[in-house]
Structures are given as C-alpha cells and as structure tokens.
Design a protein around this ligand. Sequence first.
Ligand code: AMP
Ligand code: GLY
Length: 428
Amino acid sequence: MRVLVVGGGGREHALAWAWHRDAPADDIVVAPGNGGTAAFAVNVAVDVTDAAAVARCAGEREVDIVVIGPDAAAAAGVGDACAAAGIAVFGPSAAAARIESSKVFAKQVMQRAGIPTAGWVAGDATEKDRLRDFVHAHGGRCVVKADGLALGKGVVVCDTVDDALQALAACLDERRFGSAGGTVVVEQRLDGVELSVFGLSDGERVRVLPPARDHKRAFDGDKGPNTGGMGAVSPPPDHGIDALVDSVQATVLQPCVDALREMGCPFVGCLYAGLMLTADGPRVLEFNARFGDPEAQVVLPLMGEPLPALLTAAAHAALKAGTVARRNGACAGVVAAAAGYPGSVHTGAEITGLETLDDSVLCFHAGTRIAADGRLRTAGGRVLCLVAHRESLHDATQDVYANLGRVRFDGMWYRHDIGATGLAALRS
Ligand code: AMP
Ligand code: GLY
C-alpha cells in the first residue's frame, strides 16, 4: 500500500513510524514531514491547510489512503477534498471536525447526546448580560473559551469574577482571538485530574485505544503557560482505569459518534475526549478530532493491533467493535523544547547526541529538519519527543530521562516531572 500522512509534527512521525513498524513494505509519504520522517518515508513540501494541494499530491502519488494529523488540516477540508477525489481518508470532514473547531458546536452535540460535561452558556457580544450573569452565579470560578480554533490559547481558566469578566472582554470587545472569539462558551470550572481517551471511528463504530495523560503546562509542577503538551504517559497509573475507559467509550465516545452521524456529519478518524475526572465522575472538557500530540507518541507504541489495518478499516466503514488490543507495560514520553517555546523560538540550532540513545528508546521528531549542510537542526518550538516503553511507568520515565541527558541543542529544555504530576492529586 501507499499512505500519505498529512502533517509534520511528532504525532505524524509517530503515525508514520507505527505504519512502517506494522507494514515495512508499504510506501509512506509525509506532507510536509520532518527530519525524523525523512529517514524512512518520502517528505513532500505541501501546505497542510491547502486542501486542494493535499488532494492533488495524494492523487499524483496514487496513494491508497490519506491519514490526517493536525486539526487545522481537517478544519480546512483536507478530508473532503481527498474524498471528493475518490481517495480513502482516515480523518474527519470539515463538518465533523467542528467537534473540535467550534466549542459551541461541541457543547450542542454533548447536550443532544447526554454526554456528561460542565454546565455552560454560550453567546456573542450582544449577549454579554447572560454571560456575565453566569460568571456571577459561579463566583467567577469558570472557564472562558473562544468558540473557534485559537492555537491552544483561547481558553482562560478563571478564579475570580474579575478574571472572568476580563477574559470575556478580551474575546468579545478586544477581539484578541479575532473571529475565533466572536462567540464564547463560559463554563463551570471543574476540579479533578485530567485524562485523555481516544477512539478510532468509521462513522458508526468506535474502537477505543489506550488512554493517556498529557502535561500541558510549560514548567515542572504544572506551572507556567499552556503549551501543546510537554510530555505524556500511557496508560496513566490510575486505579481502575480500564473500567473507566470502558465507561467513557459507552457514555462519551459512542454517543458522540452516534450524534454526529444523526446530524449528517459522520465522524471518521480519531475522536479524542479530554476529560476531567471529578468526584462525580468523568466530565468532557473538550473533544478533539485527531490524535493528541504528544499523546500519539505514547499511545501508538502500545497498540497491540496493526495500525494500517485499523485505519484502513475505519476509512472504509468496516471497523469491528471493541477495544483495540494493548501491549503490556507503559510508555513515557518527554518533549525537548527550544528556548522561548511556547512563545517565539530561535531555530536552526544543531541537534547532537541522537546516535548515543539506547536502541530501545524511540525518538520522535517534531520541529527538526535536515539542513542544507546535511546536519539535523531545530525548526520549531517542540523539537523532539523521546519515548520509552517498559514494563512499568517508573522504568519508562527513568529511561527517558537518562536518554534525554545525552541529547544537546542550544537552548534545549524539558520538564523533569513527566509521569509524576497528577499522582499526588490522585493519592490525596
Ligand atoms: P480545552 O481546550 O477546552 O481542553 O481547555 C484547555 C485546558 O483548560 C484543559 O486541558 C483544562 O486543563 C482546562 N479546562 C478546560 N475546561 C475546564 C473546566 N471546565 N474546568 C477546569 N479546567 C478546564
Ligand atoms: N496534547 C494536547 C493535544 O494534542 O490537544
């Protein structure tokens, strides 16, 4: 087979790697790919948000299936353009991707399907009174979310009424997120520990994958600004997690897929439920219409069934029901970032030490490229994600950190507590 993986981050390196692991004879094309995918796949320079260009690339290269990585590609209609060209796609249509690209739409789907989530209200600048009333009724303990995609920056978790009113003004009056913030969702702030659960769907059935926990804040102890994710573990060491995942499949993932189908936009792809585990049970904070990054890097190595067969079945409305088999053990992944991330970063630093990594440690590239001088250089904020798969999460985190100490590039930094946070909260 020939597959086109759309995207160029660590998630797409992991998807291409898992495909290559399970089907080494297949041809893999990655658009645009990175310095890591160049080692075993063909990188082609295509803008992932140019749906026509991606479909043209897939057609010219006669691929059998397109696998969409980033939300921006799905929201831009890459899935629709490829399907219109008669190419099988693993990834949602733009209409189905609204489950991620519009927070209001996601809340409406959850309401329709009876999916447990935080209490909420939505509105635009003409409905400020209603939004402010909600803020006051909750004593300011709420979360203000720009409706549209805002590069992960459109969510403000508030402690006080002032915080929340300021966040509302930033969206609706100052238009900090442009049209993405023209409408906002204000929701009740929930307490608990977060968990991410993923399901592969063919529009009808859902096959659930190993769960993961992401570490979104930049610095140790969950301090600092939000990032795309500084590391992840799978499965998290929570007590009773398998039963919890089964219940999330039944009460969250399947109802969401059913509702989207009934609404005329069947969801094909990876449906990602971001949950808060509260004292009253799991509540959905958000849906994403894709694999998480860096969650994919720790989930895909644990999958006990071949990725190509699963994604192909999903793209052809032929998934079987049930949980995807899982390998034993656990994975830990830690992201090495460039100075300045998640703000603006300096790129072009040479990356060294990768040849000294243990053979058993996976090194997924994100912001890397092979420069004109043939050297591997940084090309983005999140540069690499090292992943170890071991019998225990403890061994996996130890080995990741031992190996990270051998990687060097100017300005490199990472969190030192991946796999540790969340545990304290769970024990207390
Ligand atoms: P979202 O993009 O909606 O997942 O929000 C980003 C992050 O904001 C989540 O991962 C949570 O850490 C936090 N968050 C979102 N919604 C809530 C909520 N209702 N209560 C508490 N924290 C939240
Ligand atoms: N790591 C969070 C996400 O992919 O949305």
